[in-house]
Design a protein around this ligand. Structure first.
Ligand code: ADP
Ligand code: MG
Length: 210
């Protein structure tokens, strides 16, 4: 097991990870954090509960331009509950950095409230595909300055039939971007999606559930 302290992270990030009692990296974190930090596309498979949120979240947070109040990262999740978990985990990891704004955009909440929050801008959006697409179509969310797109639980999103909204969302994003694809399993449809939206990804399979 390798400690986080060996990574080229800011001292503030390292101190915060220590406060969270994140001392050693999980296997998926050990292989993903550096390529994410260096801007590569990553296609990673690791089972549920293996720390995938921090595996993409640490590099994503370190690469944010905090003084630039625009949506720079979008994390798509299959369900409201998972979006909630991911935004909470990202907030924990970002805790030392009070001015980072993370906004959750999921169905079930009034659109006007989300549009009001968006009018104040955010650095990171964590959301479900349907609602994110709706806000893009209404023009209340802009991805013009998006730098990193994350598909979290890609296998589940495809199982749930989100392929079309995902592709439409990507049509609003710059072609030159970092795309991270994290998944518990590696079925053919995930590989196919990866081939069509990622650029020469670093492929990491940490374990296999099936
Ligand atoms: P996954 O997305 O792979 O299912 P999560 O990112 O939700 O996993 O992480 C699972 C749990 O492990 C969370 O409660 C998280 O806070 C914790 N965790 C993640 N990384 C570490 C670490 N390096 N050390 C200790 N706990 C960790
Ligand atoms: Mg997860």
């Amino acid at each position: 097991m390798k400690p986080f302290s060996g990574l080229p992270l800011s001292q503030a990030m390292l101190n915060n990870l220590e406060t969270l009692k994140y001392i050693n990296m999980t296997p998926v974190q050990e292989v993903s954090i550096l390529p994410v930090l260096e801007g590569y596309d990553v296609l990673a498979q690791a089972k549920t509960g293996s720390g995938k949120t921090a595996a993409f979240g640490i590099g994503l947070l370190q690469n944010l331009k905090v003084s630039r109040f625009r949506v720079q990262s979008l994390v798509l999740c299959p369900t409201r509950e998972l979006a909630e978990q991911v935004s909470e985990e990202l907030r924990k990891i970002a805790r030392f950095q009070h001015n980072i704004k993370i906004l959750k955009i999921t169905g079930g909440l009034p659109l006007y409230k989300q549009e009001h929050s968006l009018s104040h801008e955010a650095h990171i959006i964590v959301g479900t595909p349907g609602r994110v697409l709706k806000l893009l179509e209404r023009g209340s969310l802009s991805l013009k300055e998006l730098r990193t797109l994350v598909l979290d639980e890609a296998d589940r999103m495809l199982d749930m039939g989100f392929i079309d909204p995902i592709r439409e969302i990507i049509s609003y994003a710059p072609a030159k971007r970092q795309t991270l694809c994290f998944s518990a399993t590696f079925p053919e449809d995930v590989k196919k999606l990866s081939r069509s939206i990622q650029n020469n990804p670093v492929e990491l399979a940490v374990d296999r559930e099936h």
